[in-house]
Design a binder for this molecule. Structure first.
Ligand SMILES: NC(=O)C1=CN([C@@H]2O[C@H](COP(=O)(O)OP(=O)(O)OC[C@H]3O[C@@H](n4cnc5c(N)ncnc54)[C@H](O)[C@@H]3O)[C@@H](O)[C@H]2O)[C@@H](O)CC1
Ligand SMILES: Nc1ncnc2c1ncn2[C@@H]1O[C@H](COP(=O)(O)OP(=O)(O)O)[C@@H](O)[C@H]1O
Ligand SMILES: [K+]
Length: 505
């Protein structure tokens, strides 16, 4: 799914809104009147809203602005009222300009619900913990930080105990650019957004502003959206459906590749076990683990499906094995940073001719001497968590927008694929696009989860998936397996092995 931008800079120094363009294209080509599109969007909001909040739930205050976000608010109020909700409308009267759709929806409220026009926060009711506020003050049209009346309303709301549900975007939050540290933004608990996720929603720094969020389809024109060259994408079930190759009836193990997993060191053989087992659960034909001698018996007993090739050293990985037999290589999980392992990583990078996934200590080894970055083969997949990525770039970022810029430049400069892990893992491709993942949960924030991902991606590479596909698909299925594990064991109690047990391609 594409992430549409509300402020995309054009060559002439102006900016266009992809969302607004998609709205306008739909209005002309469906065709549909603008007010009917608003009605459809508001209906989509309400359909989702009623699944979460019952009529008996709370008193609902709709806070409406004067533009189209406010228009949505009025339409939503009318629809909820018709469904039996107790609704009060407060129009935040911050300007003397009202949009046409706002005015039509105001007219449609006549004889149904009255709206109170507010010019001062003292005219607002008390938002106690039994109230639910629908924030429809400003949406995608935000062009500057909040000030004056809207700012004080936002402050009052944020200080209250009310549950806040935002229409499209929490008021004051820029959909795809940085808010200043002291900007006031409404902190929503739940956001129902139209048509496409907004870039701001997938960034950790906005987690407490957006709350839980969901995209509802408002039927914007597919044809227009298809031709947008989006820089940011959001991996959903449709995306992966288009990637996954079914296994053929007469297939044999030779069709699914032989993977080489180079993992483990004394005290960290578990990382080799987890990554190798995850590799086996992800469809690979055969897997060989290259591990230090101390891991031999552990690996052979705990994963009988895998072959084990021990190296000479008892405790650490060393010396490059023959690579001819393998269709893909994975390196890094639990390997440590002993000098002989450093030499091995360098040798591998110099000699590798098949796709590779690089994780954990192999990334730290590369980061320790930045000259090694130049050895990265084209389309290598790197799977750093934020700390590892900071080590690779040798610096920190000021905010998440800067992080994305650095990530994108890094992937383009080294022609590699970087999966920056975390909630909404960001996968940067050499073409400059960034693909955010939609699956996964905080139960995965535990030792071993990353090893599982490396094994999964390795399996996909060995099966012949293009590196970009292997990264996007692997990260998605890893998160999905984590979500299944969380359902069964709970986020707190699940462990990395539960992720493996729930891999289900
Ligand atoms: N036909 C359409 O275009 C559709 C629009 N939709 C709704 O329309 C919204 C966008 O509507 P608008 O473009 O009218 O914009 P908003 O309703 O977000 O804002 C209204 C106007 O407020 C002004 N403004 C911006 N920042 C401000 C600030 N900090 N303080 C005071 N005023 C400020 C701007 O002039 C802006 O156009 C979406 O978020 C969505 O809710 C949906 O109904 C779907 C269809
Ligand atoms: N809050 C979260 N939401 C979703 N996924 C998460 C979250 N925290 C961690 N993960 C996922 O769990 C994995 C953790 O990997 P990593 O930090 O390398 O752990 P380790 O090295 O201990 O195995 C990553 O794939 C990451 O995306
Ligand atoms: K809003």
């Amino acid at each position: 799914m594409k992430i549409l931008l509300t402020r995309k800079h054009t060559e002439d120094g102006n900016y266009i809104s992809e969302i607004k363009e998609a709205d306008e294209y739909t209005i002309i080509h469906e065709p549909i009147a603008s007010i009917d599109l608003m009605e459809r969007a508001s209906r989509a909001f309400v359909n989702n809203f009623i699944q979460h909040f019952s009529t008996a739930y709370k008193k609902i205050f709709v806070l409406a602005g004067l533009g189209d976000n406010g228009g949505d608010g009025l339409a939503i109020a009318r629809m909820l009222y018709a469904l039996g909700y107790e609704v009060e409308i407060y129009v935040v009267n911050y300007s003397n300009k009202q949009s046409a759709n706002f005015l039509i929806n105001l007219e449609r409220l006549k004889n149904k619900i009255t709206s109170q026009w507010v010019e001062n926060t003292t005219e607002l009711p008390n938002f106690d913990d039994n109230t639910l506020v629908i924030d429809a003050i400003l949406g995608a049209g935000l062009s500057r930080p909040l000030d004056g009346l809207i700012k004080s309303v936002a402050e009052k709301l944020n200080a209250s105990k009310a549950e806040i549900v935002a229409v499209d975007i929490p008021t004051g939050l820029f959909a795809d650019s940085l808010n200043a540290k002291d900007d006031v933004v409404i902190n929503a608990h739940y956001t129902i957004t139209f048509q496409a996720p907004k870039l701001a929603f997938v960034l950790p720094q906005n987690a407490d502003i957006v709350g839980e969020w969901i995209v509802v389809d408002i039927g914007l024109h597919e044809k227009f959206i298809e031709q947008i060259a989006a820089k940011y994408l959001y991996t959903d079930s449709q995306t992966v459906k288009a990637i996954i190759k079914p296994r053929k009836k007469f297939a044999n193990k030779g069709n699914f590749g032989h993977a080489l997993m180079m993992a483990g060191s004394y005290g960290m053989i578990g990382a080799a076990v987890l990554s190798t087992r995850a590799c086996l659960r992800s469809g690979v034909g055969k897997v060989t683990v290259y591990a230090p001698k101390c891991g031999y018996e552990i690996l052979q007993t705990s994963i009988p499906e895998a072959m084990c090739l021990p190296n000479e050293s008892v405790d650490s990985l060393e010396k490059l094995p023959e690579l001819e037999a393998y269709q893909a290589v994975g390196i890094g999980c639990g390997i440590g940073t002993e000098p002989e392992t450093v030499a091995l990583v360098e040798e591998l990078l110099k000699n590798i001719k098949v796709p590779i996934v690089i994780d954990a200590d192999a990334l730290n080894i590369i980061a320790a001497d930045k000259k090694r970055l130049k050895l990265l083969p084209e389309n290598a997949i790197l799977t750093p968590h934020p700390k590892e990525f900071q080590r690779l770039i040798g610096t920190n970022w000021e905010n998440d927008y800067e992080k994305l810029k650095i990530l994108s430049v890094f992937a383009a400069d080294y022609k590699c694929i970087v999966c920056l892990k975390g909630a909404f893992t960001a996968i940067a491709l050499p073409d400059g696009t960034i693909h955010f993942n939609s699956t996964g949960n905080a139960g995965m924030a535990k030792g071993g989860s990353g090893d599982v991902l490396t094994g999964m991606i390795l399996a996909l590479l060995a099966q012949g998936y293009a590196p970009q596909e292997a990264a996007i698909l692997g990260v998605y299925e890893h998160g999905l397996a984590g979500d299944r594990a969380a359902q069964i064991k709970s986020p707190t109690s699940m462990i990395a092995s539960d992720i493996i047990e729930n891999i289900k391609f």
